[in-house]
Design a protein around this ligand. Structure first.
Ligand code: 1PR
Length: 641
């Protein structure tokens, strides 16, 4: 898991309003004709919404179970939320050493009714009653920070004592081991025998991103099993994101609570010895299954939440219920409309304005970002992406509402959140310079798990090829992945087809297309990258861009397609195959979903495709996430139902 922290940079200097009920800000558009405007983040049904409004709202739960069991579970879950809204159930100490998105861990515990206390000194660790140690970052840097803050010995003492509850998450599990080969070999806390190593396996897609199951080795209150599973040892799916892992061996077998199958051999996905527990996966990003895990930890196994449910008959095969699930992602394209309100919009081939008699009208308004994100979480989306589609126009200061959107969304959405738009170096209207790393840091601190880079990636790739296929270490992709890990950097590609009569007419990789011939019957095409939301085409293809980005440290590709965007004809399999075959990082197919079977079709046609994303069909309530997943399950695809 190559991820980093050292987040004590200038992120707090980015002026963002916090969770005020009315988020008003002035923004000046430099390249836009609009002069200074006042934008409002419209967040609630009744208009403006505060985070308190969100806390007091009941969570509605996605469920694939029968109606009666569903309402029983909802009742228990509602009681839980009601309890959370009343008196605190107790205090839990959080060791936030400046890693990436720790906000979600904090939100999860608060949602469960606990008061979170931050560890500020070595003494705070020993005084803690319950300790949570989340980790997003690179192994070496984490150990450096713990050492600098003199936290290593108190941490060891707390864990070795073993009487008070301890929960490590992700890197917080890995650091318990002797060391890691990450960052050239680093010593860990030395509490569990074994060394953390990188995934291996032929043609393995790394990072291991997404929802996978645990093979539970012994009884524990921590992890729920899938109901009706004949093997009775397989857990519900939980969310993983990492490139390194620890393997079980003779010396650590009394620690191993569960393993997960990915790569050449199963790795340790959870450990427990008495009150000391840790998970490689992220409970705070694993929906209600994950919240239940935290609740069990915090209550000492007395949680009353019910998450385990009988799976539908379509999930009866092992192929569906086990293994890394193909992900279904809901995407929210966000921008200010002409009245200055931040809205979710959706275009046809990137044109987001209403059409009347050929005239271009208002920006289409399909809803409010925070409300829709919550809706998709409740519907069972595996991830939610926010793309600020006019992020290229102005400084990200103009996009401060996206920070507030993230802060509010992360209080109610417990699956990964990606944010894109305007992730680049910039100088604000006061002449102050911000690096892309500082911009990304502000988003991570606000609740984003990944940032998505569009226009800037094209320019970085052009420089990469001009520089003999070398990075110079200063690009957004390199700096953000070095600090936060490759899994935190998504590259959003916006290509359109460019037809050629002869593939030799371009330096970019061409295919012979079967899907759609060119306007003059051309049978060859390449996929031209664009910047600024498709407004400017560049002489580099999606294939070349993806390869450059993987080499520079990106962790995932979000592959849009301007030709198919909003058309409802299905994903462009030729494009997805070309890119998925070119890289060994996860590829998300995007643009063109119009029917649940389009998801199954793209995963069937391109087995290397890890996830598929849609926008319009979900916003217009034409198709639900559940319908897409049921179709996938019927097709025998690994699916989180
Ligand atoms: O260039 O780093 O500032 O990022 C800008 C981001 O905004 C990029 O990720 C770019 O893809 C996105 N973007 C810019 N303009 C538009 C537009 O629509 N005018 N949206 C835009 C891209 C593509 C998907 C869409 C899918 C699925 N939208 O996000 O949601 O195509 O749609 P569908 O299911 O309805 O077919 P930067």
């Amino acid at each position: 898991m190559k991820v980093m922290m050292m987040m004590t940079t200038a992120i707090t200097t980015i002026p963002t309003s916090t969770t005020s009920s009315t988020i008003m800000y002035n923004s000046r558009s430099s390249s836009n004709s609009a002069a200074t405007t006042t934008s409002r983040v419209m967040l609630g049904r009744r208009g403006m919404m505060t985070s308190d409004d969100f806390n007091s709202r009941r969570i509605l739960f996605h469920s694939s179970r029968s109606r009666s069991s569903s309402s029983r579970c909802q009742h228990k879950r509602k009681s839980l939320i009601a309890a959370a809204a009343s008196a605190s159930k107790g205090e839990v100490s959080l060791l936030d050493y400046g890693a990436g998105n720790v906000r979600s861990v904090r939100n999860a515990m608060q949602k469960l009714g606990y008061t979170v206390k931050d560890i500020k000194s070595p003494e705070d660790i020993l005084a803690a009653k319950k300790l949570v140690f989340p980790g997003v970052g690179a192994y070496g840097s984490a150990m450096d920070i713990l050492r600098e803050r003199k936290l290593i010995e108190p941490l060891r003492e707390y864990v070795l004592d073993g009487t008070k509850p301890f929960m490590g998450v992700c890197l917080g599990l890995q650091l318990l081991f002797d060391g890691s080969e990450e960052s050239g070999g680093v010593e860990g806390l030395g509490l569990i025998p074994g060394t953390v190593t990188k995934f291996t396996g032929d043609d393995l897609i790394v990072p291991h991103i997404g929802w996978n199951v645990n093979e539970v080795k012994r009884e524990s209150y921590l992890i729920d099993l899938q109901k009706d599973d004949p093997s009775v040892s397989v857990s519900e799916r939980v969310y993983f994101v990492h490139s390194y892992r620890a393997l079980p061996n003779e010396n650590n077998k009394d620690w191993v609570l569960s393993t997960c199958d990915y790569g050449s051999e199963p790795f340790i996905s959870a450990v427990q010895k008495g009150n000391v527990m840790a998970t490689q996966f992220h409970p705070e990003k694993s929906g209600f299954t994950g919240l239940k895990i935290f609740d069990q930890f915090l209550s000492g196994g007395k949680s009353e939440m019910e998450t385990s449910s009988a799976l539908p008959s379509s999930a009866s095969s092992d192929a569906v219920r086990k293994g890394l699930a193909k992900r279904v992602i809901a995407c929210l394209d966000v921008r200010s409309n002409d009245a200055g309100d931040l809205v979710v919009t959706k275009g046809d081939s990137y044109d987001v304005r209403e059409k009347s008699e050929g005239e271009s009208g208002d920006v289409r308004n399909l809803g409010k970002p925070v409300e829709l994100a919550k809706k998709y979480f409740d519907m069972g989306a595996d991830e939610v992406s926010f793309l600020n589609i006019t992020g290229y126009r102005d400084t990200p200061l103009k996009d401060a509402p996206m920070i507030d959107v993230l802060k509010l969304s992360s209080e109610t959405v417990f699956v990964p959140l990606t944010v894109g738009g305007g992730i680049r170096d910039f100088t604000d209207s006061n002449g102050k310079h911000y690096s892309s790393l500082e911009v990304a840091s502000a988003y991570f601190a606000s609740g984003a798990d990944k940032v998505s880079i569009g226009s800037d990636a094209v320019e970085v790739a052009e420089k990469f090829y001009a520089n003999n296929e070398q990075g110079d270490g200063t690009s957004s992709i390199e700096t953000i992945s070095n600090r936060y890990g490759s899994q935190a950097v998504v590259i959003s590609i916006d290509p359109r087809r460019k037809y050629e009569t002869d593939p030799k007419n371009t330096k970019n990789k061409c295919i012979e297309t079967k899907r759609k011939l060119g306007p003059n019957g051309e049978k060859y095409c390449w996929f031209q990258c664009t910047i600024k939301g498709g407004r400017e085409g560049r002489d580099i293809g999606a294939y070349e861009l993806a390869i450059a980005m993987e080499k520079l440290g990106a962790g995932e590709i979000l592959l849009n397609c301007i030709d198919e965007d909003g058309q409802g004809n299905g994903f462009d399999h030729e494009l997805v195959k070309m890119v998925a075959d070119a890289v060994k990082i996860p590829v998300i197919a995007s643009s063109g979903a119009g029917h649940p079977r389009h998801f199954s079709e793209v995963f069937g046609a391109v087995p290397a495709c890890s996830a598929a994303l849609a926008a319009g069909i979900f916003h217009r309530d034409e198709v639900t996430v559940k319908e897409c997943k049921e179709d996938m399950a019927k097709s025998g695809l690994p699916t989180r139902l």
